[in-house]
Design a protein around this ligand. Structure first.
Ligand code: CA
Length: 224
């Protein structure tokens, strides 16, 4: 799950980022409208948290442009503007929710969960693949009815590989999906997560080639 936080107040942006990362989301930050639009152009976001008062263009304008290209991305406006007019305008332009600043983090988290759930129920909730059942909303994996207990990062890696079955995914791409843009693909961290993931999968399935690695190409889930 990838979230873009568009917020020019550094402290608020950092606080939101911290909380969301702790919940297991990959988070990107944009401090103004134009860099937000650039990121939206390059990446696919499941959800956008949008401040209205930005230093360059307004959040409303960002929302309008976002909606021209994407109907699926959930948008929560987080703004100090609490007038009914702004709220109505935001919702009319296609925002899915509106939170007034100052807000409670637990409330914001709950609203994010609710929106992402709604998104998933309209799509596919559970992926069934090669004996695995992967529940994208509860982030649980079972294999022949036995639960495969994964960390959030392992879950993100595994579900991304399964969604791209038969395709090599390099560490850099995994980083982009699981962590966030600035992560360094050359660190050992990814290898450690993959090692642990493969070990757990091996224990539950008795197979050691569920995720294979080819040097220079990356990681692959071939399926059965
Ligand atoms: Ca602002």
């Amino acid at each position: 799950m990838r979230i873009l936080v568009i917020e020019d107040e550094k402290d608020i942006a950092a606080a939101i980022e911290k909380v969301l990362k702790r919940d297991g989301y990959a988070v990107d930050l944009a401090a103004n409208g134009s860099s937000a639009l650039e990121l939206i152009d390059i990446n696919e976001y499941d959800l956008v948290i949008l401040d209205l008062m930005l230093p360059d263009i307004s959040g409303f304008e960002v929302l309008e442009k976002l909606r021209k290209n994407s109907q699926d991305t959930r948008v929560i406006i987080v703004s100090a503007n609490h007038t009914t007019g702004d709220r109505v305008k935001g919702l009319d332009l296609g925002a899915n929710d509106y939170v007034v600043k100052p807000f409670d983090f637990d409330e914001l988290r709950a609203r994010i969960r609710a929106l992402l759930r709604r998104d998933f129920t309209s799509k596919l909730n559970v992926m069934v693949e090669s004996g695995f059942e992967i529940d994208l909303s509860s982030k649980r994996v079972t294999y022949s009815s036995k639960e495969l207990i994964l960390t959030l990062k392992e879950f993100s890696i595994f579900s991304h590989l399964v969604q791209n079955k038969g395709k090599y995914i390099n560490a850099e791409e995994l980083y982009r999906h699981v962590w966030n843009e600035e992560s360094n693909p050359f660190t050992e961290v990814m290898r450690v997560h993959i090692y642990s993931l493969r070990k757990k999968i091996n224990e539950i399935t008795g197979k050691n080639n569920v995720i294979s690695t080819t040097k220079g190409l990356g990681y692959i889930f071939k399926g059965e």
